[in-house]
Design a protein around this ligand. Structure first.
Ligand code: K1U
Ligand code: ZN
Length: 168
């Protein structure tokens, strides 16, 4: 297993649209293991393959306190959602140190493949629903800051540039 580099906003590669996984094989299972290790090391509660510069539809999430309940979504699709929406605070490993409110569907039903390539459906609400929608946006090339005002996006780009300069 390996800890992978996470792309940082405003890296343009974060705007690449991910392709569906054609076959859930050992290569994909290794990618999932590496993504999980990367998410746990960061630490974060979710990660999309886009963030590690792999443009395939793979998401990992772990919301458990013990960090022992990995959820894997391959080729995820939202097949139903509530009319109700809810505001929640979001963060992103690709935009470190920035947290802001985003409006999402309050409840979703997602269909995806598991690590055996079998299809499953899951109803989600609360933080899990937020996290799935956030990670699915990554697979579409969208970063949560794009929901914020242009002024906020510009300030965030400035903060990221400052972090890059400090790290150099
Ligand atoms: O996609 C990502 O960059 C991961 C992101 C997921 C997420 C968090 C909050 C709302 C929506 C999506 C993160 O994991 S940010 C870090 C974070 O939330 C966290 C880190 C350590 C402990 C608890 C939470
Ligand atoms: Zn993110």
């Amino acid at each position: 297993m390996a800890v992978l580099d996470i792309l940082r906003y405003p890296d343009t590669r974060l705007h690449t649209v991910a392709k569906p996984v054609a076959q859930v094989d050992e290569r994909v299972r290794t990618l999932v293991a590496d993504m999980a290790q990367t998410m746990y090391a960061a630490p974060g509660i979710g990660l999309a393959a886009t963030q590690v510069n792999v443009h395939e539809q793979v998401i990992v999430i772990d919301l458990s306190d013990a960090r022992d309940h990995l959820q894997v979504f391959i080729n995820p699709e939202i097949i139903a959602h509530s009319e109700e929406r809810a505001d929640g605070e979001e963060g992103c490993l690709s935009v470190p140190g920035i947290y802001d409110e985003v409006e999402r569907f309050a409840r979703i039903t997602v269909r995806a493949l598991n690590l055996d390539g079998q299809s499953f459906e899951l109803e989600a609400s609360g933080l899990l629903a937020v996290c799935i929608q956030h990670e699915m946006d990554h697979l579409k090339g969208k970063v949560f800051v794009q929901y914020l005002s242009r002024l906020k996006q510009s300030r965030i780009r400035g903060k990221m540039a400052k972090l890059d300069r400090q790290a150099a």
